[in-house]
Design a binder for this molecule. Structure first.
Ligand code: IVH
Length: 677
């Protein structure tokens, strides 16, 4: 083997190991920086030696190709569902049936949290992931291999000595914080929210573009090895141990229980633990441990007799609808919202729930004055389950969607085929306020100090009518506002000034074009290079860009077909806001470094990372190795990987190496003769 070939093998091994430590065990042995360095080295070698190509290399997680649809996959062993039990009595009856059928007086069970996600089946051939499929109808699922490959806790390659062919099953899910983040982002784009993490996980996995799946940070727990006896295994517990040893992520809470009483203890313990778990569960699965007993007990038409799902009671409550109010979002969508008499639902006080749109209100037939049952869907977002119609008095009032916007009084519109009713006036104050908040927010123009309360003051004082007005504000204007002193006014003006040199993608995102979020803004900025090109792009031009579909293309074209929006962009440009991917003339000065946190990722070409970090520190900034919400800038060199992705996800400003060099120059920092490498 050549040196390069053996180093590539070694790097792949190392990266697989560290991947497993990080994503499966949650216990990394090396820093992100060290991991990135190994990954960069591998990518560089693979690029230099195309003959070493391997689709299973850790560098190849994210496939680029968009599939036209999902191929059907026949499950050699059907994927069964489980019988649900809703009370202790049914679970005792389950235990009694098993004791009777086996003639034993105590059964060993394995008790597992029932993860609220979607079931998948992975088949490995020759130690490599060959097919990953959804459950489908149990007999036939969908081939989602490309998407599953993007999930870091799924091994692409198994260790030496793994069976030649092996199928394992588990649950893909979305962690609660990731779910919140995703919905937050969707809300800011005026997109429909996912009702719960399970829907979000399913929606993220069934994506034609694996990059979308990759951006959703899904996770997986494995809980079943069909046909384990074929590997000489005798119990389910040992099967879990075996797959864990092959690198599959197995839930740590899973417990071996001697008899059904211990399973009840587990159920009670996990119920207590449930709110603190970072993932949603909807119950506990109880499985007979011994595989020979499982075999003897057999199956019914769609579920095994040896396992059952104990479901926790849904967190529901009864309350009364005081009112149905209509809120106007940033994109002008009118959302009817039920206002309740506040009520405790599983430890959280709930006083409102979205009724989404006119059709939803009709379908649920929710009226003002109704008694309703509500629950927190997926334990998070409150929703109306049903109206207690038996308790109607006849006094209830039906909801009617207003014909005019509650915020600005102009006429609203509901287009044929759309569920949403919208206010289409661009000068609508509800849209303006939300639009301004979005414009100044992190990920968009990131103007520190320009939050909702300052925006309200500016609106009240009549100082802004449009986002571009932000750039005409002077310290003098601000000092006149309640609670704003000279110092904070000066700071805000400086922050506004700094935002002019934000990347083009931030400006695009800040405009709040419906359906255009952070990722897409970046894509538009990168593919088209300037705001001008984005504004001029035709529907067909836009469709040429990968991942841009008809709806997005339509949205972008309609946005810029409105003269007012074009005018806003023109005014932003006139104010000096960067409108091309190239750095603008005005660059930030030393203040830009003071107290700021920088993270470097990828390979820097014009200086070493140590030098870059030293420069930041000498200008009063801080260099860190991991990206978080507190990071101010990520400087992305060549082949930047996971940190760059994380930065984009968090909306942290991303600088190219030339951007950074320019910033140093503006701050008067001399790299000196030894600066270049
Ligand atoms: S065992 C034959 N274990 O629940 C064994 N399922 O209601 C079948 N699920 O389709 C599955 N956590 O999607 C099993 N620890 C767990 C589980 C689990 C979640 C899901 C899975 C299954 C559904 C059945």
């Amino acid at each position: 083997m050549t040196d390069a070939a053996s180093r590539v093998v070694e790097l792949r091994e190392l990266l697989r190991h560290h991947n497993w430590r990080y994503y499966v065990l949650d216990d990394p042995e090396i820093t992100d920086a060290e991991y990135d360095a190994l990954m960069q080295e591998l990518i560089a070698l693979e690029e230099a030696h195309p003959e070493l190509y391997d689709p299973h290399s850790p560098s190849k997680r994210v496939g680029g190709a968009v599939s036209a649809g999902f191929e059907p996959v026949l499950h050699a062993i059907p994927m069964l569902s489980l019988a649900n039990m809703f009370d202790e009595g049914s679970l005792r009856a389950f235990d009694a049936r098993i004791k009777r059928a086996t003639g034993l007086d105590k059964i060993q069970y394995v008790a597992e949290p029932k993860i609220d996600g979607l079931a998948i089946s992975l088949t490995y051939e020759g130690g490599r992931l060959a097919v990953g499929a959804t459950r489908g109808d149990g007999e036939r699922g969908e081939d989602v291999t490309h998407n599953l490959r993007t999930i870091r806790s799924i091994p692409l390659v198994l260790p030496d000595g793994a069976p030649h062919v092996i199928t394992v099953r588990g649950e893909v899910y979305m962690r609660k914080p990731e779910f919140e983040r995703l919905n937050h982002e969707r809300a800011s784009r005026g997109e429909p929210l996912f009702a719960n993490p399970r829907n979000a996980a399913a929606g993220s996995l069934r994506q034609l573009d694996p990059r979308v799946t990759a951006s959703r940070n899904l996770d997986v727990f494995f809980y079943y090895l069909p046909d384990a006896e074929a590997y000489g295994i005798e119990t389910h517990w040992d099967a879990l141990e075996f797959i864990r040893s092959l690198g599959f992520r197995v839930n740590r809470e899973i417990t071996l229980c001697d008899g059904i009483e211990e399973a009840f203890e587990f159920i009670h313990r996990v119920a207590e633990l449930r709110p603190a778990l970072p993932y949603e569960i909807d119950g506990v699965v109880v499985k007979v441990n011994r595989l020979n007993l499982q075999r003897d007990l057999g199956l019914t038409s769609h579920s095994p007799r040896w396992a059952s799902a104990y479901k926790y009671p849904a967190k529901q409550a009864r309350t009364r609808v005081r009112d149905i109010v209509v809120q106007v979002g940033r994109t002008g969508v009118l959302t009817p919202t039920a206002v309740f008499e506040p009520v405790d639902v599983g430890g959280v006080t709930v006083s409102r729930a979205s009724l989404h749109n006119e059709d939803y209100v009709r379908a649920k037939d929710v009226r003002v004055g109704d008694v309703v049952m509500i629950q927190r869907a997926g334990d998070v977002i409150p929703e109306v389950v049903r109206v207690v119609t038996e308790e109607r008095t006849g006094e209830e009032r039906e909801f009617e969607m207003p014909r005019t916007c509650p915020a600005c009084g102009s006429e609203v519109l509901r287009e044929a085929g759309e569920a949403a009713t919208r206010c289409i006036s661009l000068s609508c104050p509800a849209r303006l306020r939300e639009g301004l908040i979005h414009f100044a927010s992190k990920g968009a123009m990131d103007i520190e100090g320009l939050g909702p309360s300052t925006i309200d003051k500016l609106l009240d004082a009549g100082l802004i009518r449009d986002v571009a007005d932000i750039y005409s504000l002077t310290a003098y204007d601000l000092i006149g506002l309640e609670g704003i002193r000279e110092k904070s006014a000066a700071k805000l003006v400086a922050a506004i000034e700094r935002s002019k040199s934000n990347g083009l993608q931030q400006v695009v995102f800040a405009l709040g074009i419906p359906l255009v979020g952070i990722t897409l803004s970046k894509l538009l900025a990168e593919s088209l290079g300037s705001m001008d090109a984005i504004m001029r792009a035709s529907y067909d031009d836009l469709l040429e860009i990968p991942t841009v579909g008809p709806e997005i293309a339509d949205s972008v074209v309609s946005f810029f077909s409105l003269e007012m929006n074009v005018e806003t962009v023109r005014r932003l440009a006139a104010a000096g806001v960067r409108m091309s991917a190239e750095p603008a003339e005005a660059r930030p000065a030393a203040a830009e470094f003071d107290g700021k946190t920088f993270v470097f990722t990828g390979t820097l070409t014009s200086l070493t990372r140590q030098k870059a970090e030293k420069a930041v520190e000498s200008l009063g900034g801080r260099a860190s190795s991991s990206v978080s919400g507190k990071t101010d800038y990520v400087v992305a060199g060549e082949n930047a990987g996971s940190k760059l992705a994380r930065a984009r996800e968090l909306g942290v400003a991303v600088l190219t190496e030339p951007d950074f060099a320019e910033m140093l120059k503006q701050a008067g920092y001399e790299l000196g003769d030894d600066g270049g490498e």
